[in-house]
Design a protein around this ligand. Sequence first.
Ligand code: TRP
Length: 453
Amino acid sequence: MKETTGARESFGSKFGVIAATAGSAIGLGNIWRFPYVAGENGGGAFLLIYLGFILLIGIPVMLSEFVIGRAGQQNAFGSFRKLAPGKPWYLIGLMGVAAAFMILAFYTAVAGWTLEYIYQSLVNGFRGKSPAELELMFSDFQSGSFRPVLWFFVFMGLTAFIIMSGVKKGIEKSTKILMPLLLILLLIMAIRSVTLPGALEGIKFLFKPDFTKITTKSVLEALGQSFFSLSIGMGTLITYASYVPKDNNLGGTALSVATADTLIAILAGVAIFPAVFAFGIAPGSGAGLVYITLPNIFQQMAGGYFFSLLFFVLLGVAALTSTISVLEVIVAFFTEELGMKRKAATWTATALVSILGVMSALSWGALSGVQVFGQTIFGILDYASANILLPLGGFFIVLFVAWFFGRDNARAELGNNGSVRTGYLPFYIFIIRFIAPLCIAFIFLQGLGLIKV
Ligand code: TRP
């Protein structure tokens, strides 16, 4: 396989690779989306199914993206075209770029909420408020027409700024120190949360599976959440893997990233659900769940002012290392395929995303009456990207590696041409040939009600 050398940027060290990839994976998906979707789908049983999908399907899809990106040395579209010249596999890459637009739009809107909460932490805006007042405070903010849009633009601007200054500098550094710090802070919050009076209900909700609450739709949502959380199914990790040095052990990286990501999601659950029950909040409250729950915890903590400020700053950083990874998919495509300069590509992508982004940010305010398939614009972007586009992308990605790229090429890439052990290979190949595609297809068709078995 021909190698691109020289001009192409790459991540610096082994830890840099893990940091950047984990930075993409860890974000609002773990701390905002996981609790809210788990809450809507009954808790414990959903968690178990989600964990099963991470192991059985998520990690193999992640490995497949690594293989494609590092072998292809291009953006998501270009990597497919290079590895399969003249074949339509590059359409997966195009679908990924489309998904990137959708995800970035609603995700950045939620990231903007984090900025509002940094501001509120600073001015001590939560102080003395009851759980009901905190809930009102969030819904007032969310349904406004100015601040959600303002914060969207601030966050989008931050993302664009980092992307313009290049991959390596921007991403690695921030993740190395701040993600471990986020983990520690979450741990402290989890401890406070489980020691609240009435916390046990929340622990039961999260860890005691009740399968009567599971429908085919919740199984699809668990699959979608596992993909969303791992940043897989749309070429983010193909793009990142193209910057990964050839001596990196991809299997080890996938395992570390998936472990860290899952740990953070569970920890977020342990921080949120006991508090949800302790403060009498409905677990199925929807997209605002975390934002209405967390300030209550800080109120009950010594040093709450400090912790709340620190937490929302770290959450913002976690979100930023994720938005960067999504914008990079589009910008790498624009620069490598359309021949744009990095700066122009970033501006163009940012402007286009902003159209959908403003509509997302206004989904509880001025545009709350606009419905698409019975959901708000935000709702449909969130639902369709995670539960439709990512599973579809993942399906074709594993098929590509299993049946087109092939076992020998996959072994060469995963084993760095013989210098790294790949004892897991037969198992991995079996999963991507049969288990993963069949499971994804079945869950997808069932969940959308297209087949009934
Ligand atoms: N995984 C990130 C999170 O959990 C979000 C994200 C980044 C993402 N890149 C992605 C989701 C690609 C899906 C696809 O916050």
